[in-house]
Design a protein around this ligand. Structure first.
Ligand code: NAP
Length: 278
């Protein structure tokens, strides 16, 4: 059994890869940059969701002990409508290579058959494969590895269109722990987990001001910092949904699946404190 991890250079796939490595389970990372961006010693292959000529690459990559790919972790490309290319690859993997299980990472607001990867979720149901959809709330790592890092570090500011909406956060490490279970469970999967952790308060020891932006200003900020416009709009829609209470929910799915509670925001900040210090 080999597990293919798309988004292979990304936050969750690399964490899942480490868990698979620790468990002696064969895996292969797949992304546009492939082996050039993979950590030393991790097998990787060039793969582009938007270029079907790369779909065969993971299956022709030589795997140890003539293993075959049995499960795939699905991370969407950052485009407005990812479902068509993702569903094409899923069909290719099922029909040509008999892959039987898929684990899809989605935002918390995604619904089966709805926008974005909601249509991938629907497709997995329609074609009758084993699947698990992991719907995650905002990642804590948006503040330590992604768009909010420079502003928090340099200006003590966090710009969002979330208004005064309450948001729960989850660490990519907890998401990866749930994904790992979903990929490797022996029993057939048809599941949908919502992974969320409680946000408590910052322990940074200095005031980080939350700057409440209008949706228009928020889109402008994202675009100015290099995000494609459709993605700036998607993030802003998610943030304005948060302002309206969409992320104001807690579930016990991390603990139910992994046997331990998710990391709390305060503990996560303590662990990564150096990231925001000069
Ligand atoms: N951040 C959040 O708060 C949050 C919350 C809930 C859900 N999510 C979901 O999490 C997913 C992102 O997961 P992540 O954070 O683990 O990944 P990530 O760190 O954002 O990295 C994205 C990965 O996708 C690869 N990629 C991008 N475009 C590609 C393409 N056209 N073809 C092949 N690979 C491509 C990138 O590698 P290359 O550049 O090498 O191709 C990279 O490995 C998104 O679907 C998002 O909706 C995020």
């Amino acid at each position: 059994m080999t597990i293919l991890l798309t988004g292979g250079t990304g936050k969750t796939s690399l964490r899942v890869a480490r868990l698979l490595q620790d468990g002696n389970i064969s895996f292969l990372l797949a992304s546009r940059r492939g082996a050039t961006a993979a950590p030393d010693g991790m097998p990787a292959v060039n793969f582009n969701w938007l270029d079907s000529s790369t779909f065969e690459n993971p299956f022709t990559h030589s795997l140890s002990n003539q293993e075959t790919i049995s499960a795939i972790y699905l991370i969407s490309p950052e485009i407005a409508e990812p479902a068509n290319s993702m569903n094409d690859f899923i069909d290719f993997a099922v029909q040509k290579h008999k892959v039987g299980r898929f684990v899809l990472l989605a935002g918390n607001s995604i619904e089966q058959g709805g926008i974005h990867v909601g249509k991938v979720w629907q497709h997995l149901v329609d074609i009758g494969v084993e699947y698990c959809v992991i719907r995650a709330t905002w990642f804590m790592e948006r503040m330590s590895e992604q768009e909010h890092l420079p502003m928090i570090k340099n200006d003590n500011k966090l710009y969002t269109a979330c208004g005064d909406g309450k948001a729960a956060f989850i660490s990519a490490t907890d998401v990866a722990a749930v994904v790992f279970q979903a990929l490797t469970e022996r029993t057939p999967q048809h599941c949908d987990y919502r992974v969320i952790a409680k946000k408590l308060s910052s322990v940074l020891g200095r005031t980080i001001e939350h700057v409440r932006l209008s949706p228009e200003d928020n889109i402008r900020r994202y675009v100015e910092s290099g995000f494609p416009e459709h993605y700036a709009k998607l993030l802003t829609w998610l943030e304005t949904s948060t302002a309206q209470g969409a992320e104001e929910r807690l579930t016990g799915d991390v603990e139910r699946v992994t046997g331990r509670p998710p990391m709390l925001f305060d503990d996560w900040v303590r662990l990564h404190k150096n990231v925001w210090n000069h």
